[in-house]
Design a protein around this ligand. Structure first.
Ligand code: XUL
Length: 540
């Protein structure tokens, strides 16, 4: 029997239900909602119980540890050109199967899940041939998703957000559309965005492009798999394609046709709310076939929801494989520097975002090369050095950077990085990243409070540095995995549960780090220094 809350709106239920009804119901089952986050290095599932305000279960799959046979340890296939970053799309399907089996084996009551939502790393694209629709519809539980969908790929690999190899295509789009591209799609032509990636594919592999019946994002590809049909792309993820007109919230026909011939017909619909009903394939994990599946979004828009920042006034710093700064926008506004983006906000309206490619993998490399343990990185390094680091700063651009767009990888530093003590290298890196975040997020606005999320937000040294650099209160929320949480909340929302009630239950501030006013001038003085360092050549 379906949960009554799934059918009635939350408010109507509370108004109509007698106390006896409610007590009675609580004795039976409350509805659970599953959020799935398909990120760069892992795939996670989180089950929430909104009525009780608790997390019911979680499961995760790490690509390096759990699926080494796909050769994407950090989520990327090896390639001789450092600007080319592709992944195997079958990896994401294998991870979905494995995560769901782990969730089932955790003992959680899968049958209580009333709807599923999800999000994916943004910009990555999957190219499907004309067998896709039939294969999806006829999914057989006795075979894995990866095995069955392999024949539906028109292109064996998927370019992901880390790819920087489409500068030529970006220049062509700029030459054709000029300032209109940013004014209407929220971003100028950007290397990792899906439009330039599709254009490069159509130019370099015209035969495979011709065999492509559908181009999906990572998010809409996995959502399609869940419903066994073609899922829409939402405006949160769709805006990362240089193809969605944010003024009309529809594909921009002229831009799509210039990007690649016949592209409009290969794109799924733009949509929100419920994408479709869960395919019977997933009954093998104990899920009820036919429950609603919400339209998936991008990991950053999902995180905006999960951190409770979906209404204007709160900014978020997410420290993951990429570092991002984002906030809900009160009005459509673009970055005058051209580095930042406007995406759709899954809760309505738009959000702003600035993204840095060299996030957690770069921090880990600095730590490893300094011979330091994480405990030293998180705490001791910050006790041994003073804020400002005597003016020594570093930008750990081991990969070509996105913000600002710099194609020549290599660490930049204004001192002899390799000869310096581990604690000096660590502070130089963390302060360099924090100053770059502040400098490139200025167009988004000044905020008295910033919410942090992502793995590195657990570090007290990093949180204090952010508080001092931004001179803002840095707030943590209890759930580190804010994208999966946001995806679960969006599933519940599509099933009638109000977002505000869930935000109060799941995203309260659990810890605060106050800024130290005595360091304000130090970091104001370092802002121009970091801008200069961005222009420097790699340190040997
Ligand atoms: C955002 C971006 C990354 C990816 C991976 O524009 O490229 O944050 O979404 O997390």
């Amino acid at each position: 029997m379906r949960n009554p809350v799934s059918r009635l709106s939350w408010r109507t239920y509370l108004r109509c239900a007698s106390v006896a009804d409610r007590i009675n119901r609580a004795r039976f089952e409350t509805a659970y909602y599953l959020g799935i986050d398909s990120s760069t290095q892992s795939l996670k599932g989180l089950v929430i119980d909104p009525e009780a305000g608790v997390l019911a279960a979680s499961a995760a799959v790490n690509f390096k540890a759990d699926l080494p046979q796909y050769n994407c340890p950090d989520g990327v296939l090896a390639h001789p050109d450092p600007l080319v970053k592709h992944a195997d799309p079958l990896l994401w399907l294998a991870a979905l199967d494995l995560m769901l089996s782990r969730l089932r084996d955790s003992g959680v009551a899968m049958e209580r899940i009333a709807a599923v939502g999800g999000d994916g790393q943004q910009h990555g694209s999957v190219y499907l041939n004309d067998r896709f629709a039939d294969v999806l519809q006829g999914l057989k539980p006795e075979r894995s998703l990866a095995e069955q969908l392999a024949v539906a790929l028109a292109r064996p690999t998927s370019p992901i957000w880390m790819d920087s190899s489409t500068s030529a295509e970006c220049r062509e789009l700029d030459a054709r559309f000029g300032a209109r591209l940013q004014a209407d799609t929220g971003s100028p032509a950007i290397e990792r965005f899906t439009g330039p990636q599709i254009r490069k594919f159509a130019k370099t592999e015209p035969a495979r492009y011709a065999q492509t019946a559908r181009v999906h994002l990572v998010s809409s590809f996995l959502c399609s798999t869940l419903i066994g049909g073609d899922a829409p792309i939402d405006a949160g993820d769709g805006a990362g394609m240089n193809l969605l007109n944010l003024r009309t919230m529809a594909w921009d026909e002229a831009i799509a046709e210039f990007t690649a011939p016949g592209l409009l017909a290969k794109l799924p619909k733009v949509g929100s709310g419920v994408a479709g009903r869960l395919h019977p394939y997933f009954a093998k994990y104990g899920l009820r076939p036919g429950i609603p599946v919400a339209v998936w979004t991008g990991d950053n828009p999902a995180s905006l929801v999960g951190t409770g920042a979906w209404s204007a006034g709160v900014a978020v710093v997410s420290l993951g494989t990429s570092d991002t700064f984002f906030a809900a926008l009160d009005a459509f506004r673009t970055d005058p520097d051209g580095c930042g983006h406007v995406f759709g906000n899954p809760a309505g309206g738009c959000m702003s975002l600035t993204c840095f490619k060299n996030g957690s993998l770069a921090r880990d490399r600095v730590r490893r090369e300094a011979g330091a343990e994480w405990t030293f990185f998180d705490r001791t390094a910050f006790d041994l050095t003073l804020p400002g680091n005597g003016g020594r700063l570093a930008l750990p651009w081991f990969e070509a950077e996105i913000t600002p767009p710099v194609l020549t990888p290599g660490l930049r530093a204004n001192f002899d990085f390799r000869a310096a003590a581990p604690e000096v290298r660590i502070r130089a890196t963390v302060e360099g990243q924090a100053l770059a975040l502040r400098s490139h997020a200025q167009w988004i606005g000044r905020f008295g409070a910033i919410r942090v999320t992502g793995g590195a937000s657990k570090s007290s040294g990093i949180r204090q540095t952010l508080a001092d650099v931004f001179q803002a209160r840095v707030e943590s929320i209890a759930v580190a995995d804010s994208a999966a949480l946001g995806a679960a909340m969006l599933a519940a929302h599509a099933d009638g549960v109000p977002l505000a009630a869930m935000t109060a239950a799941f995203s309260p501030v659990s810890a605060v780090c106050e800024p130290r006013a005595e360091y304000a001038a130090v970091y104001d003085g370092l802002l121009p220094v970091i801008r200069e360092l961005e222009k420097a050549a790699p340190a040997g």
